[in-house]
Design a protein around this ligand. Structure first.
Ligand code: SF4
Length: 559
């Protein structure tokens, strides 16, 4: 083992303050420039199974090999920093080692060779050693553990030049606000840990309508949303688990990896320790008032500044905002009309005002692409909403008790049970849309249609429009027609105000969360996802609208 003088050892904290480039980032660059950009500039990292497996390999090596020791080095002169897997002395030569979990590639003679990105990485470590320690390094070695093959990579002039070129390319990309295009080799994407946030197949579809995308976006999010509905419940942390202490009930413990959100309703409490823990585990915490109003969220993910700069640049253009708003109004209006048409199929005779509303809506929808301002679009949206809510009562079954009927939209506070259900459902939806925006790292305060007048973030209000019909209106209408509501036990009527009782809240939360787990085939990408995942996908597709890969946002219309 090479002994280093004390003054050459660098701590991790020293290194993270640096402006030098990580050697691991050069590995990403050689794999795909867009991967480098997403990780180093947009600060997007996902920890998929391959990443965990790689980390496990290093932990095992640390335990098994006595002389295994990693080492941090930095060279301002070279512009690199990195943590070497191992450094050994063989025949008087200092040799850096890199351990890889997988297999090497094979040349035309079936001989094992290092992958190009691995080769660049080990060469960069060789150059870093030379520059930081002032010693001569003639080669680096890569062990591919899946086949137990050791590859020698000599450091020659070509290798040095390749490292220099990569450093220059990395510096250039790091100062750019433009995300590089997706790579031309699709096979790289199927193994890329950032495919779910990069969405390469969707980008290819945006450029080529004939493209048939493969789904690289996870179909489902198996983590659960924890709704804490009982006032007085305390949420804390114990070890790696979320601890829920309900009054008069045994303590419940849930592993953090199984949780995506904690939703605190009414006056339930969460400890500072639990908030710190949630921040570290990327668990979003939301608050919903006892009256069913979305109050706010806590999420430590900031999103990169480059992504925000692109959003600000795009959404300060009134033309871009109008274009996006048209897609939104069109999407929601078509969804509303489609819901009325679905309901009409089961009615005999079909009420005249229902037929009339469907036909009028079609006429209004035709005017949407011609709207010349957000103000005129608001007028069209208002017309669509009036026609939709005016006709909606026709879809409520005659068997439904009069207390559950609907005679037009009202809110703040809702004056009847149906509106009370809609309002609480929209609060749950707003919370989920906020979660998706925070996950993607956009600025929720800057939207393209809603104006920043109320407490709610305009971008979240914008995006909600796409999901109101499939996630809330349909759920409420269906449950009312199925007679799932107890008009006494599930509601609290105070004068002309109607609120959900504890049992009513619990029931709607269950119906809503169940609906989010249902799959829907995306009309443009052609693959199926749960609504839970569609929320995030739609925010990512929105971001593509101003990142040179647009055209896929706002097509989620009920069939
Ligand atoms: S998914 Fe494909 S295009 Fe996107 S970063 Fe990974 S390799 Fe590059």
């Amino acid at each position: 083992m090479l002994q280093l003088p004390n003054n050459l050892e660098l701590s991790q904290s020293d290194l993270t303050k640096s402006h030098t480039i990580r050697v691991a980032a050069l590995h990403a660059l050689a794999y795909c420039p867009r991967l480098f950009y997403l990780e180093e500039v947009e600060e997007l990292y996902t920890q998929d199974a391959a990443v965990f497996a790689g980390r496990r390999l290093h932990e095992e090596l640390e335990k098994e090999e006595e002389e295994w020791e990693d080492l941090f080095l930095e060279s301002e002169e070279l512009g690199l920093r990195g943590r070497m897997d191992a450094l050994r002395t063989r025949d008087g030569q200092t040799i850096p080692y890199e351990h890889k979990r997988g297999r090497p590639q094979r040349d035309e003679n079936k001989q094992p060779q290092a992958w190009e990105s691995d080769r660049l990485q080990i060469l960069a470590y060789c150059c870093l050693l030379e520059s930081a320690l002032g010693i001569a390094v003639s080669e680096g070695r890569i062990r591919y553990h899946a086949e137990n093959v050791l590859i020698h990579v000599p450091l020659d002039e070509m290798g040095r030049q390749a490292v220099q070129d990569a450093i220059q390319q990395a510096k250039k990309l790091r100062s750019s606000t433009q995300r590089p295009p997706v790579c031309s080799n699709e096979r790289l994407c199927t193994r890329c840990s950032l495919a779910p946030v990069c969405l390469p197949e969707e980008a290819r579809l945006a450029h080529n309508p004939e493209w048939e995308p493969v789904r690289l976006f996870p179909e489902d999010d198996r983590r659960q949303v924890l709704h804490i509905l009982e006032p007085g419940t305390a949420v804390g942390r114990t070890g790696e688990q979320i601890k829920i202490s309900r009054q008069g009930q045994p303590v419940e413990k849930i592993p953090a990896q199984q949780v995506s959100q904690v939703v605190l309703h009414s006056f339930s409490q969460i400890s500072t320790q639990a908030l710190h823990f949630c921040a570290g585990e990327d668990i979003t915490v939301h608050w919903i008032s006892g009256g069913g109003r979305y109050m706010g969220s806590f999420d430590s993910r900031q999103g990169s500044v480059q992504r925000r700069i692109r959003q600000y640049a795009a959404l300060t253009s009134s033309e871009t905002c109008l274009d996006l708003a048209k897609k939104l109004v069109n999407c929601r209006g078509k969804g509303q009309r489609q819901l009325l048409m679905r309901g009409k199929r089961g009615l005999k005779p079909v009420p005249e005002n229902l037929t009339e509303a469907i036909s009028q809506m079609q006429k209004v929808l035709k005017q949407v692409p011609r709207a010349e301002s957000l103000a005129s679009l608001l007028g069209l949206e208002g017309n669509l909403a009036a026609l939709y809510f005016g006709a909606l009562p026709n879809l409520i079954s005659a068997q439904v008790p009069p207390e559950m009927h609907f005679a037009g939209r009202n809110r703040r506070p809702p004056k009847d049970r149906f509106n009370c259900l809609l309002s609480f459902g929209y609060a749950l939806l707003l919370k989920d849309v906020m979660s998706a925006i925070l996950t993607v790292g956009l600025e929720s305060a800057l939207g393209f249609y809603h104006q920043p007048r109320s407490q709610a973030a305009p971008l979240a209000l914008d995006l909600m429009e796409i999901f109101r019909i499939p996630l809330v209106d349909l759920v409420v209408l269906g449950s009312v027609n199925r007679g799932q509501w107890d008009i006494q036990a599930d509601f609290e009527v105070r004068g002309c105000q109607v609120w959900l009782s504890d049992s009513g809240r619990r029931k709607l939360v269950e119906l809503y969360e169940r609906r989010k787990q249902e799959s829907w085939k995306h009309p443009v990408t052609g693959y199926s996802l749960t609504y839970q995942r569609l929320l995030e996908l739609e925010v990512r597709l929105l971001e593509k609208e101003w990142s040179g890969e647009g055209g896929l946002f706002g097509h989620l219309v009920l069939r």
